[in-house]
Write a protein that binds this ligand. Structure first.
Ligand code: ZN
Length: 46
């Protein structure tokens, strides 16, 4: 089963999915579907 978030862990907005990438359109949180270690690919969420 693929790991997939439905909500942004930062701002709780809905994530938008583009292929294997999920993006929060509100704060810019970026994650890849199927990745366990989410912290390694967070771009900017401060
Ligand atoms: Zn967010």
């Amino acid at each position: 089963m693929m790991h997939q978030l439905t909500r942004c862990p930062k701002c709780k907005s809905r994530l938008r999915r583009y292929g294997l990438i999920q993006v929060c359109i509100r704060c810019g949180y970026l994650t890849r579907v199927g990745t366990v270690n989410l912290d390694s690919i967070i771009v900017s969420c401060d």
